[in-house]
Write a protein that binds this ligand. Structure first.
Ligand code: MF3
Ligand code: CO
Ligand code: CO
Length: 254
């Protein structure tokens, strides 16, 4: 069942989205050579407490981290720990928070210094694809229009999309209907309506699509070891322009 959010619920989703975006932005400024992923997770925990919000990931199906932090060939669901970030890495961070009963979910990919041009390109293209996909989040379109756009754009650049993980509806729960895959057919799937809130999150691999899960039972890595990029926004479908609820803003939290 796809829920339509009422105006006062949308107001809460805005505040949750703003908190998630603010925290992700703050964490992005901490990414530096020599910093451990555990230190970033710890900072995320502190920022969440300060903002009066909770991690939507911690404890979700027993996930042990406050955020997901994944490096290079790690696609998603990396767990903070002793690994030190190195110059030239790509650090993907995914922040999901619960504020006053409502979720905000957003992710970004941060280059550490100057990275290889092909990898820089992967990040730019993936972020552009998210930007383009957001434009499809309009009443009358179908979920498949978003899915098709992401998959076809990725293919146009010689990249592949991850099939094991998908975008999703978001609201009181982290993962609500509908699923929003990064692959699919135009004019297929549920119709989008004003008041729906969805997380669009292209996960795009430089090489082949296939992923495997590490022994920690969470971290997804590309099977071919090539880099992967991930960007995500929570977006509200309106009768006009889609409203990105996790856009980073200057005004913050509370
Ligand atoms: N990456 C997922 C999303 O953005 C959420 C991760 S769930 C966790 O929807 F348990 F792995 F944290
Ligand atoms: Co996320
Ligand atoms: Co998500």
């Amino acid at each position: 069942m796809i829920t339509i959010k009422r105006p006062h619920e949308i107001e809460k989703m805005r505040r949750a989205g703003e908190a998630a975006a603010g925290i992700l932005n703050e964490l992005a400024t901490m990414v530096a050579p020599g910093v451990t992923t555990g230190q970033i997770d710890h900072a995320a925990s502190r920022l969440m407490s300060e903002a009066g919000v909770r991690s939507a990931f911690l404890g979700y199906r027993k996930y042990p981290g406050h955020i997901c932090i994944s490096i290079n060939e790690e696609v998603v669901h990396g767990i903070g720990g002793p690994r030190r970030i190195a110059y030239g890495d790509v650090v993907k961070m995914d922040v999901g928070i619960l504020r006053d009963g409502w979720i905000g979910d957003t992710a970004t990919s941060v280059p550490v210094g100057i990275i290889e041009p092909e990898v820089e390109r992967l990040l730019t293209v993936t972020e552009e694809i998210l930007g383009g996909a957001l434009e499809f989040a309009r009443p009358g379109n179908r979920v498949g229009d978003i899915s098709y756009f992401v998959e076809s754009q990725a293919a146009n650049h010689g990249y592949s999309v991850v099939r094991e993980f998908v975008g999703h509806g978001v609201g009181r729960q982290l993962h609500e209907d509908p699923q929003v895959p990064n692959f699919g057919k135009r004019n297929s799937g549920p119709k989008l309506k004003a008041g729906m809130t969805i997380a669009i999150e292209p996960m795009i691999n430089m090489g082949k699509s296939k992923v495997r899960i590490l022994a920690d039972k969470w971290t997804a890595v590309t099977a071919d070891g090539l880099p992967s990029a991930h960007f995500e926004h929570t977006v509200l479908i309106t009768d006009n322009t889609p409203e990105v609820l996790t856009w980073p803003r200057k005004t913050l939290l509370k």
